[in-house]
Design a protein around this ligand. Structure first.
Ligand code: MRU
Length: 345
């Protein structure tokens, strides 16, 4: 829907220029600016600083980015080519630890290159270009499918709650948690959204409120600590969130604050859905305890959005970017293959 409104894709590969093009999300909602990246330092900086963020978007960006880097290798020697490719993939993969889509996308790209081994560097480069573009298009199709399954759960007039940004800005288009809202709207249903602002980086305030209202969706922003008070009023029909990594037992890591919402949903008897593509599911990670949770800078809490520090220097600051919701609190996962209970993935 964002695209129909004339806004660009969150992340796209410009195949002609061999450049990764992203919306710089650190500037939203004040400014819509595109960045063109072709150097690994800039790509890593963009992922670490959350210029591009959200699990599917990071995955697609890494795939496109790896192709852009490979396109610039000057060697015709395959051994040298593969050594550079693996090293760059490792560097990109090290930018953020929690989102499974990042390592998944890089593994897909390396697998594509490996399958062309012996066919020459230019054939491999071309295969990587096709693969990266295909992953970008697949992301749109997968998110749309999640939207279709999720929209079937929504009635005209429903209001849902969400945290962080798992919308179009977290994928190529549509997103995951907001895809059901967009698809429901496309089908003529009116669905409203309560968005948690999502301290400390304010993805809910800056990004979710922006993209939903740009698309004509009635949106109400609340501070994170207002969630229980709003849920107690009885007007929220479901909670929809995205996800960064699902463990084999169905425990799911997502933006810090998601676990809190899952507990509240259970308390108030509201369904709690996690919307995620299968590329987010990590069957090699047994339970949520094995998921690495990214720890971010104290400055994001202390001073990032303020003119001066809001915290005495003497206070310790703890800033985990994600939490893990246990499988037993998740009503179901909405995936591109349908709606699955945690033990049906
Ligand atoms: O730190 P972020 O902004 O990358 O965190 C994003 C989230 O937690 C999203 O909910 C998740 O990546 C799913 S996006 C479709």
């Amino acid at each position: 829907m964002l695209k129909e409104n004339g806004l660009p894709r969150t992340v796209t590969l410009d195949t002609a220029a061999a450049e990764l093009v992203i919306i710089d999300q650190t500037l939203l909602p004040a400014k819509l600016k595109l960045l063109r990246l072709s150097q690994i330092e800039d790509m890593c900086e963009a992922i670490k600083k959350l210029r591009v963020r959200g699990a599917p978007a990071i995955g697609v960006a890494a795939a496109a980015g790896l192709y852009c880097l490979a396109a610039r290798y000057v060697t015709e020697n395959e051994e040298e080519f593969f050594s550079k490719l693996k090293s760059d993939a490792d560097t990109l993969n090290a930018t953020r630890p929690t989102a499974r889509n990042l390592s998944w996308a890089l593994e897909e790209m390396l697998g594509c290159a490996e399958s062309r081994k012996g066919q020459g560097v230019s054939t491999i480069k071309n295969a990587l270009k096709v693969k990266a573009k295909d992953m970008e298009e697949q992301d749109v199709a997968v998110c749309k499918a999640i939207g279709e399954y999720g929209a079937a759960l929504l009635k005209d007039g429903d209001t849902v709650m969400t945290v962080c940004n798992a919308g179009a800005l977290a994928a190529v288009e549509y997103g995951t948690a907001l895809a059901p809202v967009y698809v429901a709207a496309e089908k003529g249903k009116t669905v409203s959204v309560y968005s948690l602002e999502t301290r400390p980086l304010l993805q809910g305030a800056r990004l979710t409120s922006y993209e939903l209202t740009e698309n004509g969706i009635n949106t109400t922003l609340i501070c994170d600590n207002m969630a229980s008070s709003v849920l107690a009023q009885g007007n929220i029909s479901a909670i929809f969130t995205g996800c960064d990594r699902v463990a084999a037992n169905g425990d799911a890591a997502n933006k810090i604050g998601t676990y809190m919402l899952a507990i509240l949903a259970r308390h108030f008897g509201i369904p709690f859905y996690i919307c995620a593509p299968y590329s987010t599911v990590d069957f090699s990670t047994k339970t949520g305890k094995d998921i690495i949770i990214e720890q971010r800078s104290p400055e994001e809490i202390r001073s990032l959005w303020y003119r001066e520090s809001m915290v005495t220097e003497k206070a310790n600051i703890y800033n985990p970017a994600f939490d893990v919701t246990p499988a037993e609190l998740i009503t179901a996962f909405i995936t591109e293959k349908g709606i699955k209970k945690p033990d049906e993935l």
